[in-house]
Ligand binder design. Sequence first.
Ligand code: IVH
Length: 682
Amino acid sequence: MSSIESRIAELRQQINDHNHRYYVLAAPEISDRDYDTLLNELAELEAAHPEFQSEDSPTRRVGGEALSEFTTVAHAVPMISLANSYDLQDIRDFDQRLQKLLAGKPYSYVVEPKVDGVAVSLRYENGKLVQALTRGDGRQGDDITENIRTIASVPLNLRGQVPEVLEVRGEAYMNRKGFLKLNREREEAGLAPFANPRNSAAGSLKLLDSREVAKRPLDAVWYGVGELKGIRFETHRGLLEALKEFGLRTPPLTRDCDDIEKVIQALDENLNARHEYAFEMDGAVVKVNQRALYDELGSTAKSPRWAMAYKYEPEQVETQLLSITVQVGRTGVLTPVAELEPVSVSGTTVSRATLHNWDEIQRKDVREGDTVIIEKAGEIIPAVVKVLTEKRPADARVFPEPHACPVCSQPVSKREEEVAWRCENPTCPAKSLSWTKHFVSRKAMNIDHLGEELIKVLLDAELISDPSDLYQLHQKRDTFLALDRMAEKSVQNVLDALEDSKDNDLWRLIHGLGIPQVGERTAQTLEEHFETLDELASATPENLEEIPDIGPIVAKSIISYFGNPIHQAFIERLREAGLRFTRKQAALQTAESPLTDKTVVLTGTLTQLTRDEAKELLRRLGAKVTGSVSKKTDILIAGEAAGSKLRKAQDLGIEIWSEQDLVNCIPTDPELPEGQLDLFDL
Ligand code: IVH
């Protein structure tokens, strides 16, 4: 072994050990900074020596390439769920049943917290993580291996003496702190916040791009097993201990209980401790400890007879609803909010609670002045559960449906398929910020130097009221310069970036318009079918629905967007500012391209192009870029250190190209208009 190879092996070992100490034993030995130093050294060595790259290196958790869809895989052993109970009597009945079924055989229990997350099954073969599946329908689930790999506490290799096959089952979740942080970021990005940590964990695990998943604060605990080869566990306690030895996190505060009275005591203790856990706990699980009895006890179609879940009701409290106010979200959605007499719920003081929408207000018959019961949905976001009508004062006020936006006073409307009232005024100040942020974002017009803070300053100074005003900024240069802390150079950078953006690809503009339902992909599809923005704007629903991937809902949203006079005026302002309204890829497409209509997958590290540039180039050369290799793939473009995708493509006999092969496809016709060959302009 070379000294570099052995240093790499040593670093991997050290980092895995520190991960284990940090995540599983909760007893870190080194500072975050020292840990990062080790990780950086490893990453640098691996980058310089791609021959020593390895799929299970601790550096390979940042996520791989995006998938086009998840593969469905059958579970080796079905993933069944648990019978639920809400009542301590159910728990006593459960014990009575066991006594009868076991006819005098001794048994005891383990009580564990019930983690409110997403059930996941991991498969380790000879100690190596080979697959992670969702529960799905219990018989088959989605392969989310790439996403699970991004969770730092999930070992890629088990420690110690490993069995041939070990399937572990548990729960992936988002802890409270991570959930609140993610929601703050989502709101800043104009995205709908998740209702609770469970939804946010589920939503994160369903992302097709594991690089995005890597940014989500996910964690997991493991409390059960599926298929086993070369190992057995006598007791559940033994199983938990063995999992821990293998380096897997197990639930905290599990309790051994000799009899049902001890179980009831443990359930009570668990309930009292629930707010101390970093994760959401929606109950406790009571399990027979002696695994040897499991076969004998068997299971019903849905759940095993040797375990039962005891669910806690969310904590509810009574308070006064003082008034109802209305918030305007970034997409213009109006949300009624209950302003409450402050009360303490689940350990925090609550003074506001969402009423979701006007249908909810009507359904629950909520009035200003009412006495209401509130709870924290998913233990985080307070919601009004019901009204105590018997306590309603004579002067309680009905809260009417809105007619106008409370921020800009423009009329509001309700779309057919939606419950929400919306402010459709694109220049509503509450919406301008998010719209402008979206317009300049990397995936839309990609305008540098215009961060959120600067956009806020420009909006506050009334230099802009929507993104079209950005293109008038050069005429207001002096006022712009006079703004707080604006240096000559910064102003020039912004103006230059804006000027450059005028010649962007058409799809970037289409995306930047902010048409509901039209994301980056759809915008690109639309560009392929319409040569100009005006053609798109005058398309009929039939024209649009003819396009693969565009369904009636998207078509309707596009038609409604372009039919709105406010949007028409906005588009005219962009036209006057000189933005490109026509697609420009014709030159590249007409050039002879061996990639026309080919399905292409990119893998490995590219050195001449960024991945986005490569994708853009491929698209403009007429190819379709997908995330995973299958029989339908025509060409695999393999960058440096390509791994499993390359092997799979070789196995399938798929044509393999280098990055240089792709670069060679860029036409070099000197008659092409200037700038078209500049890759960084793509
Ligand atoms: S045992 C065959 N233990 O709650 C029984 N489940 O409502 C396997 N859950 O399906 C489940 N914490 O997804 C078990 N400590 C725990 C759990 C737990 C959360 C989930 C699991 C289960 C669901 C039932």
